[in-house]
Design a protein. Sequence first.
Length: 247
Amino acid sequence: MALSASRDADSFYVQDCRQVQNNTHSIQTLTGQISKLVGTMEAEKDFQHCRKMVDEAVRQASETKTILARIREHQHQAQNTAERNNRRMMYQKLSDNLAITARVLEDVVRRFTAEERRRVGGGVLETPSIAAADAAGGNDQKPLLSTPEMEAVLQTDKVQTLRKVDEDMLCLQRIYTDLASAAEEQSCTFDSLESHMARAAADVERGREEVEYTDKYNMAAKLKRRLWLAAGGLLAVMVFGTVISSG
């Protein structure tokens, strides 16, 4: 039963690692596509398409960060020190790749944001208009919204558009900042563990030396006792011999 649970945990670990690798590659591909599109955007549909790609890339980055957190926890399920160390290095590699990808994506999104602000600030937003077929009904047809109402709607759209882009930027910044903090925390934990192991090894070495010294001291004490016993025995023999000779 325990063996089955261990295999399940290992399979989940491998699956999560592959998912992070695939997601990171997908984000990198989207980043390249967004970068190309930013330089050629003209119509509103171009901006909408680019905005959707940005949202998708940011969503994948957030999802990948969550999976990375699981991979970090998988380290505690390792069967031995060597496996735990391998998982630690794998987590660090995947984390670094995602952090770098998120930073590159942030730079591309910043370029898109600049274009979005320029377009919104310049009043380039396309306004709803009466279709030609509707206009054929005559000049008496009036628009659904008056000019002040239309301006209010457009202003609201501007605010929402810029706010969404800012949220994407903040999300990316949180991703690579949190990854950096987690990496630093893990590094400190590993350094602390290495320091603890070094101190333990030093304690063992000192203990071994003390045992050897004690063994040597005990051996010398035993030798002294044997010499004294031998000397005492020799003295007794000499005294006994003297007594016999006198008799």
